[in-house]
Design a protein around this ligand. Sequence first.
Ligand code: CMC
Length: 429
Amino acid sequence: MTPPKAVLTVADKSIELPVLEGALGPNVVDTRTLGAGGLFTYDPGFLSTASCTSSITFIDGDAGLLYYRGYPIEQLAERSDFLETAYLLWYGELPNSDQRKQFEAGVMRHTMLHDQMLSLYKGFRRDAHPMAVMVSIIGAMAAFYPESSDVGDAHEREISMFRLLAKVPTVAAWSYKYNRGEPFIYPQNGMGYAENFLHMLHATPCEPYEPSPVLARALDRIFILHADHEQNASTSTVRMAGSSYANPFACIAAGTACLWGPLHGGANEAVLKMLAQIGDVSRIGEFVAKAKDKSSGFKLMGFGHRVYKNMDPRAAIMRQTCHEVLDELGLHDDPMFKIALKLEQIALEDEYFIQKRLYPNVDFYSGIVLRALGIPTSMFTAIFALARTAGWIAQWGEMVANPAHKIARPRQLYTGLQRREFVPVALRE
Ligand code: CMC
């Protein structure tokens, strides 16, 4: 079969462009040769532009599908766990039982931070946002592992990948402990990944903390759901930073910084703030009306998605988990949860939201679950970053190992002044 072609006509000139077919999803017009002819494509916000090839994650936003390496997210959330999912994202296949044991042991052996890092924490104000601390500490790791700069060395790359996945929970938990003025709790390598994180967050030297298996499982599920999401803003940031062969710690710090924004990973924190602001079921109508009024600049946090124009499949799983956790903790009468459920119902029935295909996204429910797990709002985005580290690393590894790799260098549509001559200060009006 002849491969499909696209024809672009600019003025009187026709340019033939190859059309690339993915394994799933829409075809892509290959515009790479346009630049040589002095023509660029313009697509701010990447609304119609594929920035890379990738075989890690597939999303069909219209159908509400999310696959990691071909496995539907529902199956992984139900039957896998986060570390196994990370293995799948990195290596492309689920591990057999020996590989699984080795991987878990390999990750859990690297959980401790270099002791000198304690001094870094102590340089921050006590009220520093955990994300500000995480961006700095993750970036600073490059100073502790200088050999990681050799990104051409596959072995060094793999060690950095393990270090990042293993240490990010410690980095996140300690940013919270520092904030609270409590002593840092060291990781317990014999615990599960999510269990250990809850332990580092909630235990103190005077009181042990034994996470309930239901709650540890709920957190592990949050990690799975957030582990990867193809070329979103933070993953694209990791790829952009990594395209210069910057060290992996710098790249993951860049991704963490991007994720912090309220339109991306900051949304689950923003959802809880919004629910607190609403305060009572009787005020929901007022907030929905404000969200529909463009001049207010207000959006309903936790609604809408660039890609999902149908129910976000992660949101459906998170909604279920939300009920399980609230049942386990006997919190179904929690006023915040009542407001959330009512808001969800009103927005789903509202013409504005139906017409614009705005559904609750994963962050709408994950905030409520995290709150029920006793995790403070300021840590929500940090938990998203912790989970997404698995995907960022997989995407970074895929990019760096690609022999056809090129540094990312977007072009622009220049809208400034044309050439003019310098005027000495004495002659300027
Ligand atoms: N509340 C009210 N109106 C909205 C909302 C919302 N949450 N989201 C989008 N709209 C409107 C928007 O004003 C626009 O209207 P119009 O066509 O009249 O100009 C229309 O719907 C399309 O929205 P958009 O902003 O052009 O869509 P986008 O793809 O650029 O943005 C989004 C997607 C997620 C940034 C946006 O929906 C939003 O800001 N949502 C609230 C923040 C949020 O929950 N973010 C978490 C995203 S999921 C986690 C992640 O992947 O990071």
